[in-house]
Every structure is written in C-alpha cells, then in structure tokens.
Design a protein around this ligand. Structure first.
Ligand SMILES: [Zn+2]
Length: 230
C-alpha cells in the first residue's frame, strides 16, 4: 500500500479545471489520470462529476486492476485503458481522455489528424488509431513512441511523461483536430521533412511547458475560491 499524496491529487484537480476552462469538459465522461511514481497505482477522478465540478475528494487512488483503494466510489467504465497503458509504457506518467467537440468530430474520420501547423507536428507519425472503443484493448494499438490515440467515433487520448505534458498535448490535439475538421480536403498538409524538423523545434522551445502554465492559470478562473489549487 502507498501513502496518500495530496500533491498528486491536486495536480489532477488542477488539470480537470484547466481542461474545463478550455471547453474540453463536455459533460459527464472523459478522464484524467496520474501514475503514482514507481508503484502500481494511479490517481483518477470519479465518474459522476464534470471536470468543472471536480473537488479534491473526487480524486481517488486506483490500483492496476482498476479498483478504487479505500473508497466505494466508481470511476468511468473506461478506466481499463489507463492501467493497461501504464503497464505497457513505463515512460508514461499521465493520461488524458476527452470527448471535446472537435476531438470527437475528428475521430469520426477514423484516422490520425492531418498536420497543418507547427505545434501540431508533435502528433506527426506519433498518433495511434485504436481498432474500436473496447477499453481493455486500446493500449494494443499504441507504439513505443506514440503520444496520442484516436478512438474512432468516440474521442482521443493524449499521453505524457508528466501530467502537464499530457494536458498541454490534449489542448493542442483539440486545436489540431479543429484544423483537420474545418480545412478542406484540398488543403495541402505539411511536408514530411518540415513536420520532422518543426517537431524538434517546438519541443526544444518549451511550448508545451508554457502551455501547461497557461492551462493552470485558466484553471484558477474556473474556481477562484478553491483552496486546493495553489
Ligand atoms: Zn470516452
């Protein structure tokens, strides 16, 4: 058994509120989890709250069978893919899944998004496509270098080596999906060489670190009076 870690729970809470501020809450559904470092457990929120409504008591510890530790509250049915991914990819520390409008619209194409702009290159050749939304088998589609998964006709998942990385990638995935959905099929996608070089530049520039800081600032606008978010 592991000790309670308030800092990790607060990070998940902050991520919930930040994604809500970006309009990625989309009602009941969607989840954010954070691995308990070096242990077969992770923190995730309960099912019956929206991202906007989440409070610290709604962030609960789960084991790698998807069972709540010391709580009788229920997670989403989709919790299975979290522990499957954590078992399969030891580098992954955090997972974000949503049914954001543009993300879900893009998922209806049943393919990775087309790349039209610099920050979206992080997903270039690193977005998996799951066969379906059978939660237990979603991780099987994941390559060793992938950072996102499109679940056809459902939504998307982003991954990170930190929670900030998974969350900021989710925000950028939403932007990427919106471009894919709204630009016509005749729009030229970014050439392969440019995708590769721009991806390295964007990652070196710290864009995703700064995006996480921005998400946290926006989180405070969702719940100014919440003491848990420092
Ligand atoms: Zn879902």
């Amino acid at each position: 058994m592991v000790e309670e870690n308030i800092n990790l729970r607060n990070q998940v809470l902050e991520a919930c509120r930040g994604l809500a501020a970006y309009g990625l809450g989309s009602g009941i559904g969607g989840h954010i989890s954070l691995r308990y470092p070096n242990e077969p457990f992770f923190y995730m929120h309960v099912f019956e709250r929206t991202f906007e409504e989440m409070q610290l008591e709604d962030i609960i510890l789960f084991d790698f069978d998807g069972k709540a530790v010391s709580s009788d509250r229920s997670p989403s049915q989709g919790i299975e893919f979290h522990h499957c991914i954590y078992k399969q990819r030891e580098d992954i520390q955090a997972i974000v899944h949503s049914h954001g409008f543009w993300i879900t619209a893009q998922a209806a194409f049943a393919r990775p998004p087309r790349i039209f702009n610099n920050v979206s290159t992080v997903f270039y050749e690193r977005t998996a496509l799951s066969r379906n939304d059978d939660f237990a088998s979603i991780s099987e589609s994941l390559g060793s270098d992938d950072v996102a998964i499109v679940i056809p006709w459902h939504g998307a998942i982003t991954l990170g080596t930190t929670l900030g990385e998974a969350v900021s990638r989710h925000v950028v995935f939403d932007y990427t999906a919106r471009m894919d959905v709204t630009l016509p099929t005749s729009a030229p996608t970014m050439p392969h060489d440019q995708c590769s070089s721009l991806r390295q530049l964007v990652e070196r520039a710290g864009y995703f670190d700064e995006t996480w800081e921005l998400v946290k600032r926006k989180a405070r606008t969702v719940c100014n009076s919440c003491k848990e978010v420092s």
